[in-house]
Structure formats: C-alpha cells, structure tokens
Design a protein around this ligand. Structure first.
Ligand SMILES: [Zn+2]
Length: 540
C-alpha cells in the first residue's frame, strides 16, 4: 500500500502545471484586477488592456483589432483567438470553422463577464483549454461599454451584495446599449454591426450580464434569442438542445445550478408563475434571431459574492465553448439552413404569408421546478411590507414557465418595400444593419398595400431619449408610382425577417416605433383623419 502511494506522488510531481503553448509560465501581468486584489476591485479599460497586452506578448494565436473608439475617446479592443492564427475574416471563412463571439460589460456596472473573459482567454492560450481552438474561432470583447465601465463609483449597483464596492454605470453616455439593437443610436451598436456582425458574421453571440432581480436560487440564469418573427430553428436549438446540455455539464463539472432567466412575483408566496424578460430585437441577443444566428443571454446572480459571480460566468462560457467545440458544425449548418429557408421563402412566397409584428408572453407546455431563496415578510420601520431572504434555497415545484412568445398581431411579408428619396435617414439606418438598399433607376408603378395611419399612440415612458410611437390604422390595397432615386428594399435575402421587423408600420420595435416617421406623419395627422404610411409594400 505504501508503495502505491509513493508511486502516485511520484507521478504527480512529474506533471507540473505548465502552459500549453511553449510552456509559457503565467506572469503577474496576466492576472486580472480581482485576482490581484482579493476580489475587492474590478478593472478599468486600461487595466483590461494591460492584461491583454501581457497575454499577447506570449502568444501568436491572438489577433487584436479595435472595435471602436468611444465618445470619451477610449479604444475598445476586439480579440480574435484562432489556431492556426488568423488576422482577417477571409481566413476565418476559409477555415470553415464556426465563429463564436463573447462580449462582456454591455452594462457598465455588470462587471463579471469582463473579468471572466480575461481568465478564459488566459486558460485557452496558456492553460489546459487550448483544445477549444481546434474546431472554432473565438472573438472576445471583454469591455463592450468602455465609457460606462470607467465611470467607477460607489453605489452604482445598490442591490449587489459584497465587492467590488466601486462599479461602472449601466449606460453609455445616457444610452442603454442593450435597447439599441434596432435604432442604432450609439457608436457602440454601429461598430458591433459593422465590425463584428458584417465583418466576422459570428454563428453565436454570448452576451454577459449580471442580474439585480429576484432572489432566485441559481448562480446564473440564461435565455436564448427569442425568435419572434425570425426563423424558429436557431432559437429552438439554443433553447431546447444547447442550453439544457450546457446546464447539465455545468452541474456535473462545477456543481453549479443554472436555470432560465426571468422573475416572479414574490409578494404572494410561493410563486406560481415565472416570466422571462422581453422578445424585442432592441435587445442584442434577440436581434441575432432575426439574422438567423444564435445567441445566449447570460446573467450572473447579483446576490452571490463577487468571486462566485466571476466563477459562474467563467464556468458558463467555458462550457458553452466546450459545447461549440463539439457541435460547432451542427450550429453552423442550422444557421446556414435558416439563411436559405428565409431567402427562398421571401423570394418565392413574398406577398402571400404573414408574420407577427406584436407579441405576448405565453407559457411553455412543461412546468418547471424553480430554485429560490424563501422570501420572509416583515413590517419595516416605515410600516411598509418588506422581505428578508432565508438562508436556504428551496424547490418550488410545478411553476408555470412563461418563456416563449406568441404573435398577437400579424402583417403580410411583402416582396419588397419602396419609399421616397426624402427618407434617406431610413435608408442609412437599413445600411447600418447591413441591409442592401437600391435606388430606382426609372419611375415605376408598384402593386401592393399601404398602411393608412389614423393615430400615433406614444408610450408613456422614455427609453434611450425616445418616446416610442405605436401607429394605429389599417391596410389598403392599391398601386403607387415611385420616381427614379426612390429607395427599393428587396426581401429575397437572408435578412428578410430583420427587414420586415424594421419596416412594418405596426412593428413593436421597428423604425416607426423608434420615431423615424413621426416628423412626417404627426403634422399631417393634425389636419387629416388618415395619412398614408410612406413605406409601400410590394406584394405582386
Ligand atoms: Zn445587464
């Protein structure tokens, strides 16, 4: 027995932990700020950049680009990890490998993904995870919202427990970047679409957040891209196949409980319904569904201690990448098949089928067993009902899971949209999304339908400096003549569902909703009962 033990010890000492590439030893400069400060601080952009430089000095497998220079003049780094190394999208496409894009810190106070991505890059380049580059190309943006990240202050995450005390602010110069997926009001979103979506065309986006919501019992919660008017295959695969498999392996390897993102009404305990967040493509993960690509929303749990939050984000991304390492070609195939299906349906059946423009949350067939801390009611000093959190996590069985969306209003998908040359801002916005916009060479008469606007209802809240518009009215069939120079947007391409969601008059997240037509419609509606929406739908 003693002999065996001695042999075991001998074997262990023969295998020191060394870097996979060139036996590179880890250095202090490769450590993140939380690792160096007992998790008391989070990194500034400059500190992130310094870690990236330390990694890059010891590897040839990392290519660095600038995603954008922000309003505050900060350079946001985009890292491309590949083996063999690449430096261009053409090389990535030629490799045939799927491209996985991971971004942290879109909300400047939600810092866990930023730190976790640095640790994962280090583990891949110099630790025991280099096999994650065998079958895929990885894009990382650790700090998506650099301006928000660097506005460090006390109390910016009031409901977040334990360190770091100082965190950045949610917004980027007044804009919530995760509500900007359609309007593209910010330089960050414009750069994402130009320099990542159009340049690299990733198969999967992973967007790393930290929730400040309910005291559920999960270390991390997730959601797929809600497809709404998109092709359902990419979302269904993410929700029904990929995420459950990843949650199982996280439980097995790390003993962490991960579950669906959402919230419940704790005032009537125990909760009977669990609801997800929103379907609208202004959320970047949801935009991906309209582009026939997959996406995962990740939310670490604000009430876990900071080191555990970073660990949960790290474990999640690592297991996502283990999954895509194994199943990347399947993901690529599903995405490309969706491209073909969307293109051919719009080309062949445009004008004769309908899709949703407004949606409601509906339950899935299967109920879930929800992990949660118990909410213990008490009367606060001011006499109001307040809640304390129990120390134990309980299982609430058979909770209704409102985690999918159903259309409440439909519209016909046309063959094309046509609109007058004066709406050049609309044409520019479509181009920013990567949508092809043509100009008519000669005057042309089109057959189809036009939405007759009878009223504009304004939302009673503001988001991203907009008071959003909901158009009321009905469609009328007919023909309309357009002139040379007017804009023509065909739907016979893979972005047909995105075009539809942007251009439909009644879309709950389209350009009309984001006020692009208010200046045209509102003055006319002051003097007339009905005004034709300027975008004509070509049905024949
Ligand atoms: Zn967030």
């Amino acid at each position: 027995m003693k002999f065996v033990l001695t042999m075991l010890c001998f074997c262990v000492t023969l295998e020191p932990l060394q870097g996979a590439e060139n036996n590179t030893q880890l250095t202090a400069a490769m450590m993140t700020v939380p690792e160096r400060t007992d998790y008391e601080r989070t990194s500034s952009l400059a500190e992130v950049s310094a870690v990236l430089t330390a990694l890059q000095q010891n590897t040839s497998l990392m290519h660095r680009e600038i995603l954008l220079i922000t309003e505050d003049g900060k350079e946001v780094p985009l890292l491309v990890l590949a083996k063999p190394a690449i430096s261009s999208p053409a090389q990535a496409q030629a490799s045939g490998k799927p491209i996985i894009y991971i971004q942290g810190n879109i909300h400047g106070g939600e810092v866990e993904g930023k730190e976790a991505t640095l640790i994962i890059m280090r583990d891949i380049l110099f630790g025991d995870k280099q096999h994650l580059l065998d079958n895929q190309i990885l894009l990382f943006v650790p700090v998506y919202n650099a301006d928000g990240n660097d506005k460090l202050s006390l109390g910016s995450r009031p409901s977040q427990e334990l360190s770091p005390a100082m965190a950045g602010e949610r917004f980027a110069h007044g804009y919530d970047l995760n509500r900007d997926g359609m309007a593209i009001d910010t330089a960050e979103t414009a750069a994402l679409y130009r320099n990542i979506m159009q340049r690299w065309d990733p198969d999967l986006l992973v967007d790393l957040h930290t929730t400040n919501g309910t005291w559920h019992g999960y270390s991390l919660t997730y959601a797929p891209s809600y497809h709404t008017a998109g092709d359902p295959a990419t979302s269904a695969y993410t929700a029904d196949v990929m995420l459950p498999a990843i949650a199982r392996s996280v439980k097995q390897k790390f003993n962490l409980d991960f579950g669906w993102y959402g919230s419940f009404d704790y005032r009537d305990w125990p909760p009977t319904e669990f609801r997800t967040y929103h379907h609208a493509p202004r959320y970047l993960t949801n935009t991906m569904g309209l582009r026939n690509r997959m996406a995962i929303l990740s939310e670490t749990f604000a009430h876990d201690r900071f080191s555990k939050r970073v660990h949960a984000a790290n474990a999640f991304v690592e297991e996502i990448l283990e999954y895509t390492h194994q199943h990347g070609q399947e993901i690529r195939r599903i995405n490309r098949e969706a491209d073909r299906r969307v293109t051919s349906r719009a080309a062949e059946e445009g004008g004769s089928y309908q899709q949703g423009v407004q949606f409601e949350m509906v339950p899935r067939n299967e109920r879930i067993d929800l992990l949660s801390y118990k909410y213990l009611p008490y009367t606060a000093d001011n006499g109001e009902k307040a809640f304390a959190r129990s120390s134990e996590i309980v299982v609430i069985e058979g909770v209704l899971n409102l985690n999918q969306l159903a259309a409440t209003r439909l519209a016909t998908v046309p063959k094309a949209y046509v609109f007058p040359a004066e709406f050049s801002q609309v044409a520019e916005k479509l181009a920013e999304h990567g949508i092809g916009v043509a100009s008519l060479a000669t005057g042309t008469i089109f057959e189809g339908e036009v939405f007759q606007v009878t009223a504009i209802t304004k939302q009673n809240f503001e988001q991203n400096h907009h008071r959003n518009s909901i158009l009321r009215g009905q469609y009328r069939s007919g023909s309309k003549e357009f002139r040379a120079g007017d804009y023509y947007v065909a739907l016979d391409n893979r972005l047909a569902n995105l075009i539809f969601y942007l251009m439909e008059a009644e879309s709950d997240d389209g350009l009309a909703y984001w006020n692009f037509f208010d200046a045209y419609l509102a003055p006319q509606l002051a003097n007339a009962a009905v005004v034709a929406f300027p975008v004509f739908k070509v049905l024949r």
